[in-house]
Design a protein around this ligand. Structure first.
Ligand code: GP9
Ligand code: MN
Length: 656
């Protein structure tokens, strides 16, 4: 027995086992990872195994025997430190730390002198295994052979570690597609890849980001400014400033496409309330308005609409450029109109890195899921159901100093479109494609929840003091469902038709804005200048790529993130030009269509330069004070959950 314990490889494997057990137990008790199935639990066991084998293996297996023990122990200590630091950080922030948070002191400053206050007596257990291993090393090392283990054996151990890692990656990708490319949530990365792999991944991302940033310099902003200045559309005097001083309530309709408007399923309107807003002219409805999102989906919609910058060609700017300098809606409205800004959303704050980028965008208050009643009958799919969400949000709106800029992000109408039986009596469609069929039920539920919200806004007195913007963030039904969509639309969904389906509604209720249908072509990029002009703030001095939808100089060529575009006359998809009037291909596209294409390309690439180079840090609009992200901090709310704990991150199905 004693001979067994004094063996060199016993020390190695014991380190692997102890480290795995410690990490696994801390996953279970310290972090709220929202483990929902056996596969996810299995991943939690195997990810520390692979990390330990690879890291300890590299430190231990290839060095001379006794020194190797010291290397392994150092590695063990550092990884334990990383784990424990995350435990403390999580107890305070409900989040994992990122490399930039470590290097930028201001953030950890928020924890103040409270670090010791976050420690608990049982935390000693994080270190006893280390102490034990030190003891074992001192005791057994004399018996270890002096030479290194054979290279072949060592390599085999490492290969096993890498194989486990690849298995982990494969299973994670199967359960949660696009995990790495879309980088939507730190909690997910930890849940699927483990804390140590997440730390490496986060490190790579931050090196990339700082590299791109380092390459940029102040003069880079000049050509951007020149472009946006020339592209600027002066306000329409009929609408300019008509909503000055009013609260702004911006309502995000999750995955909501325009084809739902006035659509009848089995003779029944899917969205009777929204339809009535349009027909009674309570709102202006832009029926040629398009989403322009890429992989960032919701996050892209938020970014584009609040900054008039395009999302990134890969990944989401919310996740990858969360610490950039922004001259955002919240910031401008605050500095030029004394607005207080708030976001309300029934999902947790780490999703889409919101808790980080909102600081950079100067959002004053973030009411995430922790502020709401998240007990199980209130929750479906991604998070809080829309009806309780709107109900509870009214009291939060009333709490805000006025004028406010409030952004309410709904959730129930999200893939795979689940609605509880008791929440709907609306019949699904019958295409045979469940996703498409259920979409009408969740959209109908969303419509009802809006009706209830409008009623509550009116009775609370907020309606008369506010302007309202309603928008759909991106498609709900992807191209994979075109067969079923053909049945819904009564025509084949060609590439041309698919582009037409990227319409999402934009509705505006504001003084000076004529209600009813407005056919102006536009996209999410145009919302910020339009909004600023409504409340009487000229957008001229800011770097914004969109133009005011009400301006006579409005640019009605709408760019899609992949470089395709749509204009009142043409649609350009996959290199092919179509005539909008006929839907037919144009063999010889006219010069103006080609010019539109070139403009779209240029605009997208300039916007990318702004984000990659963090160029707004070099630009100071007149009278502008840079947003200081360190001034913002989003507390966890005291909303309810079943067991008094935050029930994070339900197992969510990914878009197809
Ligand atoms: C999550 C929600 C959905 O908080 O906003 O994001 P999406 O999957 O639509 O990008
Ligand atoms: Mn969305």
């Amino acid at each position: 027995m004693s001979r067994f314990f004094s063996k060199r490889m016993t020390f190695f494997w014991l380190a692997v086992v102890l480290f795995t057990v410690k990490t696994y137990v801390s996953y279970q008790i310290e972090f709220n990872l929202g483990i929902k199935n056996v596969l996810q639990s299995f991943l939690l066991v195997i990810n520390p195994i692979s990390s330990a084998i690879i890291i300890f293996g590299l430190l231990f297996l290839f060095s001379k025997s006794r020194r190797a023990g010291g290397y392994l122990l150092t590695g063990y200590f550092l990884l334990t430190f990383l784990l424990y630091a995350n435990v403390l950080y999580y107890r305070f922030f409900n989040d994992f730390f990122t490399w930039p948070t470590i290097f930028q002191a201001g953030n950890l400053g928020n924890m103040g002198g409270s670090i010791t206050g976050l420690m608990e007596w049982h935390d000693v257990l994080y270190w006893v295994d280390f102490a034990f291993l030190v003891g074992m090393f001192l005791w057994s090392r004399k018996a270890w052979p002096k030479r290194t283990a054979t290279r072949k054996r060592s390599a085999l151990v490492l290969v096993a570690g890498v194989a486990i890692f690849l298995l982990n990656l494969g299973l994670a990708e199967a359960d949660r597609p696009e995990l790495l490319s879309r980088t939507f949530d730190r909690t997910y990365l930890v849940k699927y890849l483990g804390l140590y792999n997440y730390t490496v991944y986060d490190g790579i991302q931050s090196i990339k980001t700082s590299g791109q940033r380092a390459l940029a310099s102040a003069p880079d902003v000049d050509k951007i400014k020149k472009y946006t200045e020339e592209h600027y559309a002066a306000p329409n005097q009929v609408t300019f400033g008509k909503a000055q001083g009013k609260n702004i309530i911006k309502i995000h309709l999750e995955s909501f496409q325009s084809f739902l408007i006035n659509y009848k399923l089995n003779g029944q309107e899917v969205t009777p309330f929204l339809n009535s807003l349009i027909s009674s002219k309570e709102v202006a409805y832009f029926d040629n308005f398009f989403h322009q999102t890429g992989q960032g989906k919701t996050a892209d919609a938020e970014l584009i609409m609040d900054n008039s910058l395009y999302g990134l060609p890969q990944g989401s700017a919310f996740s990858l450029k969360g610490r950039n300098t922004y001259q955002s809606a919240a910031g401008i409205l605050h500095q030029k109109g004394n607005y207080t800004s708030a976001v309300m959303h029934g999902d947790y704050k780490t999703f889409w890195n919101r808790d980080e980028i909102y600081k950079s965008m100067g959002i004053d208050k973030f009411y995430d899921a922790s502020y709401y009643d998240m007990t199980s009958d209130q929750v479906v799919n991604y998070g809080l159901k829309d009806k309780p969400f709107f109900k509870e949000s009214i009291s939060q709106l009333l709490e805000l100093p006025q004028p406010f800029y409030a952004h309410l992000i709904t959730l129930t109408n999200h893939f795979p479109f689940e609605v509880s039986e008791e929440d709907t009596d609306f019949q699904p469609a019958s295409t045979g494609d469940g996703v498409v069929d259920r979409y009408f039920q969740t959209a109908h539920y969303l419509d009802e929840s809006l009706q209830q919200f409008f009623t509550d806004l009116k009775s609370s007195g907020l309606y008369d003091k506010s302007i309202i913007l309603i928008y759909g963030d991106h498609y709900g039904i992807s191209q994979n469902h075109n067969k079923a969509m053909a049945k819904i639309m009564g025509k084949e969904i060609t590439p041309f038709e698919n582009a037409q389906l990227q319409r999402v509604p934009l509705m505006i209720h504001a003084p000076g804005v004529a209600g009813g249908v407005n056919h102006t072509y536009g996209g999410e990029i145009d919302v910020l200048p339009t909004l600023l002009h409504l409340v009487g703030i000229d957008s001229k001095d800011y770097i914004q790529f969109g133009t005011d939808l009400f301006s006579k100089d409005h640019d009605s060529t709408v760019a899609f993130r992949n470089g395709d575009f749509i204009s009142p006359a043409y649609t350009n998809v996959d290199g092919v030009y179509y005539d909008n009037a006929t839907g037919l291909k144009i063999e010889e596209p006219p010069a103006e269509a080609k010019e539109a294409k070139a403009k779209v390309r240029k605009e997208l690439s300039l916007s990318d330069e702004v984000l990659y180079g963090d160029l707004l840090r070099f630009y100071k609009p007149k009278g502008w004070t840079k947003i200081d992200r360190n001034k913002y901090f989003y507390e966890t709310g005291d909303g309810k959950t079943e067991d008094g704990e935050v029930d994070k991150n339900e197992s969510k199905s990914e878009e197809d």
